[in-house]
Design a protein around this ligand. Structure first.
Ligand SMILES: Nc1ncnc2c1ncn2[C@@H]1O[C@H](COP(=O)(O)OP(=O)(O)OP(=O)(O)O)[C@@H](O)[C@H]1O
Ligand SMILES: CC(=O)N[C@H]1[C@@H]2OC[C@@H](O2)[C@@H](O)[C@@H]1O[C@H](C)C(=O)O
Length: 395
């Protein structure tokens, strides 16, 4: 028997597993690494976050990824090929560095669950090519991580979701249901990363009522404007947004994207929400000459308004508890906007649930890795009931 299979069999039977979850999101700020321990699986999962770090990416690395990131045309296939191996190997180095800093020996870690780097996301409603279905591409091959770290690695989670009828996202659904459900409380777990998404968890625990979908832009447009006009990677503590004024005419135009009328659940990315989209809306509303701080304020309000509008449209605000996570939860502009626009709701940070708001997505991938090893497909409404991820062995 393949010794790796024997090892995997033993890991699946352990009362407690050590798993690393990796997330490198659309913001391209760095690699989120969460070291977690898990016991059990499915709705009986118990987890602890033992360590978490974001290993920031150097500008030179970001520039390389941006060469192939979310670009519909004219990407070097050679670059994609090179980056697929390079990112896998680079992520492995970052993991080893983090483990060293934490004083954890790699051989003590049972598995790595790696999201990879999304370079293109193409749900059917976006590409509209009738001969093709939903598609998505994450690079940073798992074999490179497994070989370099010596740890069994599970990766490329999104393809199974698509093969089973989904859009490949949001995969937060599965972990949010497992870690976030609570009887007696209508909850929304809201993640504001590059793209904003949410999972609605009803108070009666009825899994047919659970809803998980992308909403629209989170920080992606704000970050892009900050990079373009302020030479800053993002609007730290929303100082730029607060120094400007929201342009209501432009805001209304931005809210008219057809994505907002797509049926649920739906997913999106910077392929749709990018500075070209903003420029078109500015052109149409003759607001190309507004102050750059006003633009950042308007884009921040766009995030706030689209999230609040979505929640008002689909849920009863009364006694609704919203738990925010992702980098956007650190933006006072966005959070205050939501508080004002959603009276009757209780808005707090997912930290209060014991889910570190910065680490949440990396934790969710660690959890998907735990499920891949010892879980069973979770039936949640019409969502694909599959175990996701591909296994890479270290030898
Ligand atoms: N102090 C802060 N003030 C305002 N915004 C912040 C702050 N800290 C982080 N952010 C925002 O959060 C972003 C990073 O968020 P996060 O790491 O959740 O995104 P991601 O995981 O890359 O995205 P996605 O979930 O869409 O893949 C930054 O690019 C920035 O826009
Ligand atoms: C294709 C892709 O990488 N999508 C990401 C992105 O970032 C947020 C949103 O868009 C979400 O749909 C997804 O990530 C999270 C982790 C998810 O699948 O739940």
């Amino acid at each position: 028997m393949n010794k790796n299979l024997q090892k995997l069999f033993k890991i699946a039977q352990k009362p407690e597993r050590l798993a690393i979850g990796l997330m490198s999101g659309t913001s391209l700020d760095g690699l989120d690494i969460a070291l977690c321990s898990f016991s059990g699986n499915g709705m009986k999962t118990a987890f602890k976050l033992l360590n978490f770090v974001t290993m920031p990416y150097e500008e030179s690395f970001k520039d390389e990824v941006k060469e192939v990131f979310a670009k519909k045309d004219s990407v070097s296939l050679e670059k994609v090929c090179l980056l697929n191996a390079f990112i896998g190997s680079f992520h492995a180095e970052l993991i080893l560095e983090a483990l060293k800093n934490w004083g954890v020996t790699p051989s003590d870690v049972d598995l790595i669950a790696s999201h990879g780097q999304t370079i293109y996301h193409a749900p059917q409603h976006q590409h509209k090519k009738s001969a093709y279905g939903n598609a998505t591409l994450q690079i940073g091959d798992g074999d490179h991580i497994a070989i370099k770290t010596g740890i069994i690695t599970i990766s490329d989670f999104r393809q199974k979701h698509i093969a089973a009828g989904g859009e490949g996202a949001p995969l937060a659904l599965y972990g949010d249901v497992v870690l976030g459900s609570k009887a007696g409380e209508n909850r929304i777990l809201l993640n504001i990363g590059g793209i904003a998404n949410l999972t609605y968890l009803p108070r009666d625990g009825d899994l047919t009522k659970v809803m998980c979908t992308d909403i629209g832009p989170g920080n992606t447009l704000i970050d892009a404007a900050c990079r373009e006009y302020f030479n800053k990677p993002f609007d730290e503590d929303a100082t730029i947004a607060y120094s400007g004024e929201v342009n209501e005419v432009l805001l209304e135009a931005l809210l008219h994207h057809p994505f907002f009328n797509e049926t649920l659940p739906k997913t999106t990315g910077p392929e749709l929400f990018n500075l070209a989209y903003v420029a078109d809306a500015q052109q149409a509303t003759r607001t190309l000459n507004i102050q750059k701080a006003d633009l950042v304020a308007t884009l921040s309000a766009f995030t706030g308004r689209s999230i609040a509008g979505f929640i008002r449209q689909h849920f009863d605000n009364n006694q609704l508890h919203i738990y925010a996570s992702g980098g956007g939860a650190r933006s006072p502009f966005i959070i205050n906007y939501l508080k004002k626009a959603l009276p009757g709701t209780f808005i707090s940070n997912s930290d209060v649930l014991g889910i570190n708001a910065d680490a949440k997505e990396a934790i969710l991938f660690a959890l998907l890795g735990n499920e891949a090893v010892c879980g069973e497909p979770l039936h949640i409404g019409n969502n694909p009931a599959v175990l996701m991820g591909k296994f890479s062995f270290p030898n």
